[in-house]
Design a protein around this ligand. Sequence first.
Ligand code: NAP
Length: 317
Amino acid sequence: MKYRQLGDSDLQISEISLGSWLTYSGGVEREAAEQCVRKAFEVGINFFDTANIYGKGASELFLGEVLKNVPRESYILATKLYFPMTETDSGLSRVQIHKQLNDSLRRLQTDYVDLYQCHRYDENTPLEETMIALTEVVQEGKARYIGFSEWNAEQIKAAIEITGIEKFMSSQPQYSILWREPEAEVFPVCAENGIGQIVWSPLAQGVLTGKYKAGQPIPQDSRAANDLMNVFIDRLLTEPILNAVERLRPIAASENLSLAQFALAWVLRDKRVSSAIIGATRPEQVADNAAASGVRLSPETLTAIDEIIKSVILSAD
Ligand SMILES: NC(=O)c1ccc[n+]([C@@H]2O[C@H](COP(=O)([O-])OP(=O)(O)OC[C@H]3O[C@@H](n4cnc5c(N)ncnc54)[C@H](OP(=O)(O)O)[C@@H]3O)[C@@H](O)[C@H]2O)c1
């Protein structure tokens, strides 16, 4: 496993990291989930991403239990807040930042998180209030660094312009061969300001592993077949996308890579990306994905990928 510095922080995070969104909030059986975390340590993954909202605390509770006997300094832990935990608890106000972080730390069974992230931008709270509260939790030692997820360039710049507050070190956007939106504005503004990218759904929820084939039944052991985990995957399961992914298969094979490794190596080709946050339902997937670390794709291969994918790249419009 290779490691990259997260923005201007002193964190060296593994190029492949393990997330816990749909998987460890209840979608994956406990034993398999524990095996995935154990495998992550075995293959050198040191960075784990969660959020208070994943299973309304279930994912943090799981990680707290499974990590409690692991030396705290041997892994890097990130969580987030923003989405509603109750009808009256949501957003990025000062009260919520203190309250939600305390709740997260209790569930995670730790005194601090390495990274505390704003899961989205809060239009209803003054940005200054959010930034001051984030600075307070860093000063209290409850969070080492702060970050955001899915903020646009204007919102990021506005935060950077506030003086006397803690600097953001990380950005967590969706990014994959199929979803390239943050390249245009978010990546450049972050790079200029020492903010690293930790990208989510780098395998497009499994679609880029080639497990789904146009005109064929959905594999029974996949996310798309699992009613606890298939709520967001439909848009990716179109015939043109699946056919394009199938055309990547021989190129990946010619590089001796699985399609998953190929897709992750594509994300990691960009040095502005500090880590690709994968999901995994089985330890074998963790091992397969971890082997993408350090793989370099040639310029010819990158051009071939673009040619195949260009007509199916997704956008927010
Ligand atoms: N900030 C945000 O708003 C946000 C949003 C979404 C996610 N995230 C973060 O990003 C993390 C990853 O998201 P994601 O789970 O969508 O990521 P992903 O890596 O794109 O997809 C993960 C899924 O793909 C399948 N898979 C993974 N590796 C495989 C392999 N080698 N071979 C075959 N199938 C494989 C597994 O599903 P099956 O085995 O079930 O098919 C796995 O659960 C989340 O856990 C979370 O931490 C953040």
